[in-house]
Ligand binder design. Structure first.
Ligand code: 5GP
Length: 198
């Protein structure tokens, strides 16, 4: 059985990293897709774990060499998903969770129609603003652009398969795991078990 792609989007600061780290650390058959980016590293981030950090020409080389499943520009920086690790994981039956913006998520859905799109929302956009402020690494002009972007992302949530509300991390993580369980129980995934009995 091939692994599935779970594409998680939501505004910067909504808590995607926290929830996805919890899932990856508790689920043996789930791998996190480490993205490439041209944005500078933030305090606490680790090369190859948080992101693969590249300069713009380095990122553009990945694009030219067709190494990315998708890429997008988000608030002035490139972000993209390396294709090879995903191909390997899915082929080995491992599920892949990925943190991708709305533009990238919709591109993935076109290329991989059975990818599951999950939109992670905060209880309000004001909560997003507070979280970005607390993170303390965002200049005021960048903050304004991120909030404007968050509003646009909210307007696109209707295009997702699921919406998870991150008002409480444990609950949101639980909802995400329930979605992954439900996807495994879909008739398409299970019908072979029944057919073998006929
Ligand atoms: P941040 O700079 O806060 O880490 O991420 C900014 C945005 O880039 C987030 O919305 C995140 O989902 C998105 N992002 C992270 N990795 C990728 C990727 O590989 N592809 C795309 N399209 N977006 C990504």
């Amino acid at each position: 059985m091939r692994g599935k792609l779970y594409v998680v989007s939501g505004p910067s600061g909504v808590g995607k990293n926290t929830i996805l780290s919890r899932i990856v650390s508790t689920q043996p058959n789930v791998q996190y897709s480490v993205s490439a980016t041209s944005r500078p590293m933030r305090p606490g981030e680790v090369e190859g774990i948080s992101y693969y950090f590249l300069d713009r020409p380095g990122f553009e080389r990945l694009i030219e060499q067709d190494e990315l499943l998708e890429y997008a520009e988000y608030v002035g920086n490139y972000y993209g998903t390396p294709a090879t690790p995903i191909r390997k994981a899915v082929g080995a039956g491992i599920d892949v969770v990925m943190d991708v913006d709305v533009v990238g998520a919709l591109k993935i859905k076109k290329r991989v129609p059975d990818a599951v799109l999950i939109f992670l929302a905060a209880s309000s956009l004001d909560v997003i603003r507070q979280r970005l402020e607390r993170r303390g690494d965002v200049r005021p002009d960048v903050m304004a652009r991120r909030l404007e972007r968050a509003r646009w992302e909210y307007s696109q949530a209707c295009r997702y398969d699921y919406i998870v509300l991150n008002d409480e991390i444990a609950r949101a993580t639980g909802e995400m795991l329930s979605i992954m369980t439900a996807e495994k129980c879909k008739t398409m995934e299970r019908i072979h078990l029944i057919e073998e009995e006929l």
